[in-house]
Design a protein around this ligand. Structure first.
Ligand code: 5GP
Length: 131
């Protein structure tokens, strides 16, 4: 059965898309730990990031770098934090999170539910800067 991220990639489930190429898709996390929290996924359905082939993992990271560069321009922050968890959704993905302090990366402090208009505006702002 297709993962929820494959359904998002295929447009069967809506998402706040920020970037896409032929092998990758990036969209806002629906329950961000910080505004602008973005998920970067390979279109190939692999349940665990370290099951990707070396080149696939390299390509995913290079795509994530391009997304992070766009986020740096669109979101005021000191750094784009990077993490991999993968316990909830069995489809490889990288979390990119705009941060100003270490605690902005804490997943256990409770997640946010942001206004849909704010989510759409953030996604659009990041998408505009994506090169
Ligand atoms: P992980 O698998 O890395 O533990 O967490 C999966 C992440 O995907 C979570 O941060 C969660 O909020 C996000 N997520 C789960 N389902 C959806 C969804 O349907 N849409 C979006 N945009 N994010 C989701």
């Amino acid at each position: 059965m297709a993962t929820i991220f494959t359904k998002i990639i295929n447009g069967e489930i809506p998402s706040y898309k920020v970037a896409e190429d032929d092998k990758h898709y990036a969209f806002l996390d629906i329950n961000p730990v910080a505004p602008g929290h973005t998920l970067v996924v390979p279109k190939k359905e692999v349940d665990y990031i370290f099951k990707l082939e070396d080149q696939e993992l390299a390509d995913l990271n290079v795509f994530a770098k391009r997304v992070a560069k766009a986020m740096e321009k669109a979101m005021p922050c000191k750094r784009i934090g990077v993490t991999v968890i993968g316990l909830e959704v069995p489809h490889a993905h990288i979390h990119l999170i705009p941060i100003n302090k270490e605690s902005d990366m804490y997943f256990n402090k409770g997640k946010l539910t942001l206004d849909p208009k704010d989510m759409a505006d953030m996604a659009q702002a990041i998408a505009k800067e994506f090169k």
